[in-house]
Design a protein around this ligand. Structure first.
Ligand SMILES: [Zn+2]
Length: 478
């Protein structure tokens, strides 16, 4: 691998940094000091970007991406990893790519786990009798045929659990009523709540659903048992029920719950990543990847997570093709499988194509919503950030000019952006993402056709300009 210094010297030799003494007349030039030639090159794309925006938001393509997403999710619904349904939906995506006459359309096999829920039942027995809706987290074991009936202990945090003696916890069902702080905070309870409870001798773990807003919605997601702990059922309950159980405990009520859950883990199966190109006219080996994931959780229809992303990726290529735009470099649609349960698709792709990755100059992932676009979240070196900011000025007609640096951009692509390849995700008005994610409420109705058009216009424009501009997008180290 080349060192940071090599890139720096290269940058100086190529004159990427402006050494002229003329006063900057645009705000970011002061921060960025990009070479005028680069700025002029980027500015020259304004007409093309305007035509992409008009084509999608007012022209022939208005509403089309939403309609195609609707047809896709109405046809297939949820697409759990390891199911035939996911594979049928992947066949459909391959067909679409061929219909769109994209290049290099093919699938690559990926080994994925097969886990499924069979039965989920929860009942509050004391201090009153009521049904208590529960949902199993991915990879959770069941309760056994006769179920589990046990006293409940509610805790607000791992610290509170760890302050209890083993004797206090043993034989109980642990309920985590953790506050919603943010996804990363709550994610720990989902992913290791059962393991931590089991270490203390608990018989089941109920995690409060991961959301800042609930209509007694049940959330699911993957969890992992640490080695050498007894596998206990790992379930979620609604925010409202977690609050109620907390109140009951605070009043000194003895809480007893009955759970009867059954799940099944089958042998691994084969799924597929889906790949299609709009081949570059001048540097076909250089890749700008536009990614999303095909799989979803089994609740809802996965229209938002990540149906929206799938169609942003497909349509970014379709729009450029229909407009007759032929970028210098290749724009590649990469739809990974198995993201939700194991990042299996991206890991397999990474292993298989390790030697090609130096040709990946920029990666874009849409897995955080297709609402009104505000700009981009990105991970790149300083000069890469400046180039992106300059590109985003072209999106002024959509008011989507913000460039926010983030440490960890994307989900699948963070494997690459952390160290290797600059990348981005769509900065959009996705404040409600966690209301719906991994729940029955993830349906087409959370997506707005006009907003998705705008999101797509940003996505297609950014992909095109980066694939086509004169300089190659600065590396992660520049
Ligand atoms: Zn997702």
């Amino acid at each position: 691998m080349q060192s940071v210094y090599c890139y720096f010297i290269l940058a100086l030799v190529l004159g990427f940094f402006n050494t002229a003494t003329t006063a900057p007349n645009r705000e970011t030039i002061q921060e960025c000091n990009l070479n005028q030639e680069i700025i002029r090159d980027i500015q020259s794309y304004q007409n093309v970007v305007n035509s992409i925006i008009d084509f999608i938001t007012k022209g022939e393509f208005k509403g089309k991406v939403f309609q195609d997403l609707a047809l896709f999710t109405d046809t297939f619904g949820s697409r759990l990893t390891g199911t035939e349904n996911l594979e049928h939906s992947i066949d459909y995506l391959l067909n679409l790519m061929n219909q769109y006459e994209m290049h290099n359309v093919h699938a690559e096999n990926v080994t994925v786990p097969r886990w499924r829920r069979l039965k989920e039942y929860g009942e509050l027995l004391s201090p009153r009798n009521a049904e208590l809706p529960v949902v199993a987290l991915g990879s959770s074991v069941g309760t056994g045929k006769n179920g589990i009936t046990a006293e409940v202990m509610v805790v607000k945090s791992f610290d509170e659990l760890n302050n209890k003696s083993r004797g206090e916890v043993e034989g109980k069902i642990i309920v985590y009523n953790q506050d919603w702080v943010n996804y990363d905070h709550d994610y720990d309870y989902r992913s290791k709540g059962a393991t931590e409870a089991s270490k203390k001798g608990a018989v089941a773990s109920l995690v409060r659903s991961l959301t800042p807003f609930s209509m007694r919605t049940l959330y699911t997601g993957q969890q992992t048992y640490r080695n050498n702990v007894t596998k206990i059922p790992a379930l979620c309950i609604s925010v409202e029920d977690a609050h109620m159980l907390q109140r009951m405990q605070d009043r000194g009520n003895k809480i007893i719950i009955h759970l009867n859950v059954s799940t099944e883990t089958l042998s691994n199966s084969t799924s597929r990543n889906v790949i299609a190109d709009l081949t570059g006219a001048e540097y076909p080996d250089k890749i700008v990847a536009v990614t999303a994931h095909s799989d979803s959780w089994d609740a809802g229809t996965g229209s938002m997570d990540d149906g929206g992303g799938i169609f942003m990726s497909l349509y970014a290529l379709k729009v450029l093709k229909e407009l007759g735009l032929k970028p210098r470099r290749t724009v590649r649609s990469l739809i990974f499988t198995g993201e939700e349960q194991c990042y299996c698709g991206v890991n397999e792709y990474n292993d298989k194509h390790a030697s090609d990755l130096e040709n990946f100059i920029f990666v874009m992932e849409n897995d955080e919503g297709v609402w009104n676009p505000l700009g981009l979240n990105y991970t790149a070196g300083p000069m890469g950030g400046c180039v992106l900011k300059e590109i985003l000025k072209l999106l002024l007609p959509l008011n989507a000019t913000r460039a926010d640096y983030v440490e960890n951009v994307g989900s699948d692509i963070s494997l690459w952006t952390k160290s290797l390849i600059p990348g981005t995700s769509l900065l959009n008005e996705n404040g409600k993402w966690f209301w719906f994610q991994h729940t029955q409420a993830d349906t087409l109705d959370v997506i707005d056709s006009d907003q998705m058009d705008k999101a797509l216009a940003v996505w297609a424009s950014v992909a095109y300009v980066i694939a086509d501009m004169k300089i190659q997008f600065p590396s992660r180290f520049e």
